[in-house]
Design a protein around this ligand. Sequence first.
Ligand code: SAH
Length: 275
Amino acid sequence: MVAVRVTCPAAAEDEVVTLLWERGTLGLEQLAAGENTSVMIAYFPSDAVDGLFGVVRAIPGARAEPANVKPVDWVAQFRAGFRAFDAGGFRILPAWEEGAASPGPRTLVVDPGQAFGTGTHETTRLCLAALERLAASPGLGRVLDVGTGSGLLAIAAIRLGARGCVAVDNDVEAILSAARHARLNRVSTSLLVGDGGRPLQRGRFETVVANLTAALLIQKSLELTGLRSAQGRLVLSGFLEPDVPELRDAYASLGPLEESRDGEWAALVIGPARA
Ligand code: SAH
């Protein structure tokens, strides 16, 4: 990993930050900035800095140069700051804390790493809360978790009494992380690498949970809906409050919708289709 010091006019900061992410930065650290100038350290994989200095300089007033700082291990830093916390009725416990070796029925053990889904995100918590409500009534039945990430929702579903859970992700790393988390939590889930619900039989799941993005949920509305059984429910999240009307439209004909929110994030639970 290499560190690059980037200086630019404050007005160009958004443009520069976007460029750095596009060029594959692993993380940005804002240094004390003057009123007119913004200074940051950007970390890159060693093989990703070719041509970088030139494209930064193409933004008027911006420049980039090698920075003489010790690279930060973001994953290690995140892990070091990670503490146990409550999410709905669950206790999220880092794998290295006492009690993680024999997790109780409302504990989710996480080993924060690369895959999304350590329970810290609002959308994960909204899905957890929705699963808890459905578990209380009418029960979860067979569960499908589309975009499982680290597998937290799948594990929670099993803890909440699901009759089995299938978890899909199109990212192999996520599925490896989900396998690791299933082991840590001592639950058994069926893990698949695949795109959305494509690898799966239709009409089989009483609960389908999908914490993706608004665009994907809209694009896949028929595919996701087709996965649930006649009495099945859909739990959707991964979108912001302003996206809700478009999502409601995409799923309008399917059954009553129930909306919940956490900050600016939203979730929808869609009931069985009306007869
Ligand atoms: N379910 C977890 C993680 C959600 S993040 C939670 O609620 O916290 C979204 C996940 O969806 C990511 O792991 C991403 O790899 C996966 N994903 C994105 N597009 C997908 C697709 N087309 N099919 C399957 N999974 C997808």
